[in-house]
Structure formats: C-alpha cells, structure tokens
Design a protein around this ligand. Structure first.
Ligand code: T46
Length: 133
C-alpha cells in the first residue's frame, strides 16, 4: 500500500480539543518509538529513504507539510495539514517530507526502535531491493 490517511477522533468540548492515540486501535501497530521534527528550514526536504521493516504513522500536530510516498512505480503526495490526520507509511515505501510550514511539528510513531540498518537511503538501491523482493 502506498500510504493510507486515517482521520483521528477529536474529543472536543468548550475547553478545546484532545486526540488520543492508542496502540493497535488508532492505527494498526504497537508503538515502540516516537520522534518529531520541527524548525525545518524553508526549501528543505527530509526523509528521502525507505525502511526494510519499520512501519510509521505521521501526524503534523502543528502547521503543515507534504509527504510524497513512492512504491517504485507510483508516487502519491499527501497534505498533512491537520492534527487529526495521520498517514501510514509501510516498509518498502520511499518517503520524502517537504513543504514544511515554519510552525510545522511532524510527529512520527514507529513500530520499532531506531536502527540505521533498517534504512535504505539510496534510491537506486531501493529500486533494486523492491525488484528482488
Ligand atoms: C522519517 C522522517 C519523517 C535517531 O537517533 N533516532 C531516531 O529515531 C531517528 C528518526 C533519527 N535519529 C538520528 C539519526 C540521525 O543522526 O537523528 C538524525 C537525523 O535522522 P534522519 O537523517 O534519518 O532524519 P530525517 O528527517 O531525514 O528522517 C526521519 C526518520 O529517520 C524517517 O524515518 O520518516 O524523519
């Protein structure tokens, strides 16, 4: 799958809004790691890699950014512009995050700990790996 948008339930009342993320309920995996990206400079893109095993769920909890996912054949660009919108990124999908607003905080939930050997950072290698998969 090249990416799936999931609308998250907002618990709102006259005090404001709240979103809760629960393992395997809000999205289909158990969280092992959370990281977030902020203060991204204008014109910069991040990501530009794929994972062998790690699944990710990306939410722009402040501001907005775009995420382009690529399965080696098709590309799709998603606009993450709401804190109640999450994007699932499967393994073997090349991901690029771009067009960050100045106030963007992109939070990423992952189903595994950080392991550099789970990354494919070279696009030609990515194409080779998915061809042989
Ligand atoms: C992704 C996008 C949205 C860690 O030590 N632990 C971590 O969990 C992560 C994600 C990174 N790092 C270290 C490794 C590098 O020295 O932080 C530094 C920057 O990581 P990277 O160049 O991978 O950052 P991005 O923004 O290009 O990519 C990251 C994630 O790696 C990636 O999975 O989808 O954010």
């Amino acid at each position: 799958m090249i990416g799936k948008l999931i609308n998250l339930k907002i618990h709102g009342d006259d005090r404001g809004s709240l979103i809760a993320l629960e393992n395997s309920k809000s999205f289909p995996f158990e969280i092992k790691r959370v990281f977030y990206i902020f203060g991204t400079q204008e014109g910069i893109s991040r990501g530009n890699h794929s994972h062998y095993k790690t699944k990710q769920f990306l939410i722009s909890i402040s501001g907005s950014c775009k995420v382009t996912l690529d399965d080696g054949i098709n590309k799709k660009t998603f606009n993450l512009d709401k804190p109640n919108l999450g994007l699932l990124q499967d393994p073997y999908i090349w991901g690029t995050m771009h067009d960050f607003s100045e106030d963007c905080v992109l939070m990423v939930l992952a189903d595994d700990l950080y392991k550099e050997d789970d990354y494919i950072r070279d696009y030609d290698k990515f194409l080779e790996v998915i061809k042989n998969d």
